[in-house]
Design a protein around this ligand. Structure first.
Ligand SMILES: [Zn+2]
Length: 250
């Protein structure tokens, strides 16, 4: 559950992956990486403390508008955060988290994958679509958690895959304007590629291993993604690089 906070031009991240909230105090900006085990309750407690301290949790459009409205170099008068969750295997926990956040006046983006070995237990069920719509109705936003490797292999073309993926969600009444990338460690290791190496201008790929994915390296652009109606690509790596990537409305 990465939390992105920009304050006075400084981008910071808190990444809670099975990690506890800070023991005391909630100064921002900051980056913490801590040891295992956080519960939904302790995370909500920590987010609520941030909210009570004046930090607003905004959805992308409002968040980036807030960033743009701030004079460069000026301190944050109304500090804001963009909170995102990547949905992998534990959907019931996601629903609980969304409910608790909504009760605390906190909005977040929940990124859901296309069908995948990680979500095979709940993908496509009526229950899942209903709960995703309910999460959206709580004031959160649903985004696409994109396994670029899988989409290319499945559809033969990343943009084709992305458009199909988006349409499936929209047909279920979900409004999709944001996406981010899933780190596929298995295929990443085998091919020597990172999830965003398929995008021109964003690839850090050394010459890739000769694989079926080789011809897709740097073949796509975020501009194409924008034309497909996905206006925010919210990856931690890009947001660290600054609003040029994170706030690009394409
Ligand atoms: Zn992921």
């Amino acid at each position: 559950m990465p939390l992105h906070i920009r304050d006075d031009g400084v981008a910071s991240w808190l990444v809670l992956r099975h990690q506890p909230p800070p023991a005391q105090g909630c100064p921002w900006p900051f980056v913490r990486r801590q040891a295992p085990a956080f519960s939904t309750a302790s995370t909500i407690e920590w987010l609520t403390a941030l909210r009570s301290a004046g930090l607003e949790f905004l959805l992308p459009e409002a968040y980036f508008a807030r960033l743009k409205s701030r004079a460069p170099g000026q301190p944050a008068v109304n500090p804001a955060a963009l909170l995102k969750h990547d949905i992998h295997h534990d959907f019931r926990r996601v629903v609980r988290m969304a409910e608790r956040e909504a009760e605390a006046g906190i909005s977040a983006v929940y990124f859901m994958m296309d069908h995948h070995e990680l979500n095979a237990g709940f993908w496509g069920l009526d229950y899942t679509w209903r709960e995703l719509r309910r999460i959206q109705d709580m004031g959160h936003q649903i985004g696409l958690h994109v396994d670029t490797f899988e989409l290319i292999l499945r559809y033969g073309d990343l943009m084709t895959g992305l458009k199909v993926f988006k349409q499936v969600f929209e047909d279920q009444g979900l409004s999709i304007i944001a996406a981010n990338a899933h780190g596929n460690t298995k295929l990443g290791k085998r091919t020597g590629l990172r999830p965003m190496d398929f995008f021109s201008g964003l690839s850090r790929a050394a010459p890739p291993q000769p694989t079926e994915l080789e011809q897709h390296v740097r073949r796509y652009t975020l501009g194409e993604v924008g034309k497909a109606g996905i206006h925010y690509w919210l990856d931690a790596a890009f947001m660290k690089m600054g609003p040029r990537f994170s706030a690009t409305i394409m």
